[in-house]
Design a binder for this molecule. Structure first.
Ligand code: SAH
Length: 349
């Protein structure tokens, strides 16, 4: 069986392919530092070895099927739909902002957690991604986008729940951080969870500085259980316990995500409820106007409601960033491109 080499660290490549240690490192460097997948282009490997490896490595594991570039002025948000070897599809987004370039990666095909407002959950769960299928999304986006000297940030905010595919996500992070690969600093990587408590506890025990984001969206159990069904398994008291434990254990700050939905979770009262949860936590709040999803009844909050919400949180001394909606014209919200693709054939292959 050909070896899916992007699942592996350099030492593991050498072992899996019975290569010398330095040869595994060479292969790793070509793939991750230079984003080269074509064995023929790996000129410091002997011709004989390239020939030999051709039938022994499974590379790449994912192939871009459709690339959409946002037309919004000054916003070159780029979204890519990838085909996997078994015919499944996933998507990722590259979002450039002044001195930053954020890559939003998927961790699963579909998602089992069925958040009421999210496009990904609508089609259910298909399967976990391998570490290589995760890492290759970043490699492609970087190869394909104008980096302009910017170092990328990585957020696990695409399709799927990263903590329901913990091992592959953790392995992907270790590969992304390798100095002889993409060399992305731990603080530039954020894992976003819907609130999977065992995952948060495991993450808190990791010896790394990778950031954690929790998708809160509601600060009382009645509303949160409606929006995020996993709240019935891990209600707010338990989730906040785990969040406080994370802050204490790691000394790090975490972020709460809050998608502002008109008339659902965007009132001053909702903001006050959120503020009341914050004692004992080192946390900042990320506010995102909801991105419409076809077929779902949720609407983005008005700019006035967004600002009023933000101002209540900030007046309590909590940092609250109001994000701009990005890439709306290319369905950049989580799961939307794949959802559209499932019903209509791609126009551009
Ligand atoms: N499962 C993980 C990561 C994927 S979703 C999680 O829930 O955190 C990344 C973020 O996008 C989450 O905060 C999610 O709630 C939010 N999100 C999903 N659909 C959205 C939409 N249509 N508009 C705005 N935010 C959305």
């Amino acid at each position: 069986m050909p070896v899916p080499v992007t699942n592996l660290l350099p030492e593991e490549i050498s072992e899996a392919l019975a290569l010398k240690v330095y040869q595994g490192r060479q292969l790793f460097r070509w793939i991750h530092a230079k984003q080269v997948f074509d064995l023929d282009a790996m000129t410091d490997l002997s011709k004989q070895m390239r020939q030999d490896l051709r039938s022994r490595v499974f590379l790449p594991q994912i192939r871009p099927m459709e690339v959409l570039r946002s037309c919004e002025t000054g916003d070159k948000t780029q979204k890519c739909l990838f085909g996997l070897a078994d015919g499944e599809t996933v998507e990722s987004v590259a979002i450039p902002e002044r001195d930053r370039l954020t890559l939003c990666l998927s961790s699963q095909v579909g998602c089992a957690l069925n958040c009421a407002f999210c496009a990904t959950g609508q089609a259910g769960f298909r399967r976990n991604l391998s570490a290589g299928e995760i890492v290759e999304q970043a490699l492609y986006l970087l190869r394909d986008s104008d980096r302009g000297g910017r170092t990328p940030n990585i957020v696990f905010m695409g399709m799927g729940e990263p903590f329901r595919n913990y091992d592959a996500v953790a392995k992907a992070i270790r590969i992304l951080m390798r100095k002889d690969g993409l060399n992305i600093g731990a603080r530039k990587i954020t894992v976003s969870t819907v609130g999977d408590v065992p995952g948060i506890e495991r993450f808190a025990a990791e010896k790394w500085q990778v950031r954690l984001s929790i998708s809160l969206h509601a600060a009382n159990d009645a509303l949160r259980s409606k929006l995020v069904p996993l709240n019935r398994t891990y209600p707010l008291a338990q989730l906040l316990d785990a969040a406080r434990g994370y802050c204490q254990k790691t000394g790090r700050q975490l972020t709460f995500e809050w998608a502002l939905m008109r008339g659902v979770n965007d009132s001053v009262r909702d903001a006050r409820e959120l503020v009341a949860l914050m004692p004992g936590l080192k946390a900042a709040v990320n506010l995102i106007p909801y991105n419409r999803v076809e077929g779902l009844p949720y609407e983005p909050s008005t700019p006035e409601a967004c600002r009023a919400f933000q101002s209540v949180v900030e007046s309590a001394g909590i940092k609250a960033t109001l994000r701009r909606e990005r890439g709306g014209d290319i369905d950049a919200a989580c799961g939307q491109l794949r959802t559209r693709q499932a019903s209509t054939p791609p126009e551009r292959a």
